[in-house]
Every structure is written in structure tokens, then in C-alpha cells.
Write a protein that binds this ligand. Sequence first.
Ligand code: SF4
Length: 227
Amino acid sequence: MTNNLGYVRQCFPQIYFDIKQVILLGDNNGPKTAMTIAYPLNGSLYLNITNRCPNACLFCIRSSETGVGYNLWLEREPSAEEVIEAIHDPSGYREIVFCGYGEPLLRPELVVEVSQWLKKWPVKVRLNTNGLADLFLGYDVLPNLRGLIDVVSISLNADNAESFQQLTRSSFGKTAFQAVLDFARRSRNYIPQVLLSVVNYPGVNLEKAKAIATEIGVEFRVREYLE
Ligand code: SF4
């Protein structure tokens, strides 16, 4: 089974993704859910605030065998109060990371409210985002994040619009890649540390992606693919 799936992944990545979704999520009943709102990983505390996302990336950890080791499918989206309660005491963590099994900026008010609370503590706050907020919110959210988010990690995913669309299957189509670049460029005005990241996935040109990050003037990071 594993070897066959490996062949399908290599030759037909989109079919592979769909097969994995059926295997992992079940055909009719959907995934098992839980309320894992905050979870520690590698010295950081990750916040799972939504499962919604306008992309359907071929490498999304939602289609991996074990994800990050927690069940991150939410029964429902938590309130800001529930997120703060789940964090409880952020001291001792390297970073608090808005992440999740979805796109955190789909809940911009919650990100702002929880970040304001986190500012009472001496801890770094990171936001992981797909960089498409301009498109799905319809306004520039970055000024609202000034002074609250210390690091933003934006998923570049590819080095051109066509590859980006093949990999992310974004609901915004080919306009998405340029939106990510614009978001990354403007992030430098509001957030002290800006990273563009790609997943080390077959067909992704890491060198060209790195050159884009250099041209924009932000850091570059490669994330390993979790099967
Ligand atoms: S942007 Fe992130 S959460 Fe959304 S589908 Fe891609 S990898 Fe998954």
C-alpha cells in the first residue's frame, strides 16, 4: 500500500492528496474532533484557532498520517477567552504561535485580542499565515498587528504563480501568489521579523524561492514535509 501510494504521490500528486484525505478523514463521517486549542511543541506553544483555510495544499499536514501528534480537528472554533484559558501561563515557552489546522487570520479580532493579552508577558508571539489576508478579509489587517506580533511566517510555497496554484489549489486562483508577495513586502513595515517559507516538497524550486525572499528583503526558511 505504502509503495503504491509513493508511486501515486510522485506521478499524480493531486490524486494522492485526495486518497489521503479519504483514508484519514473517512468517506462520510468526517474527521474525529477534539478541542485541542493550545499544544506544546519543541519548546513553543501553538494555538489552534480555526480549521478553515482558502487553500487545499498538497503538502498540508491535515493530510499527513499523524499531523503534529495531536488531534487538531476542532469541534467548534474557540472564543478568545477559551484560547487565553488554554494558554494559562505563557512564561517558559520560546514562542506562542498562532497556527492551527487552518488560517489564523480568518479570525483577525481573536488574534488581536489574544495578542494584547500576551503582551503582558515577556514572550515572543509568532503568526503563521498563508499570506492571503488581503484577499479573504478584503482589507489590510497588518496595521492592526503592529506592536502585537513579533514574528510573521508567511507561506510562499513556490517561486511562481502557476506552481503556487498547483501546490496550494487556492480558491483565489492565480491572483493568490502575487497577494502573498504583496503581503510579505508590506509586513516589513509592521512586524519586526518577517519570514517567507516553503515546504521541501517534490517540484518546489528552493533556490528560486529563496531568491524571492532575498529580493523582498525578508528571511527564508525551508519546512520539512510531514507524510
Ligand atoms: S495554507 Fe496551511 S492550513 Fe491551508 S491548506 Fe495550505 S498548509 Fe493547510
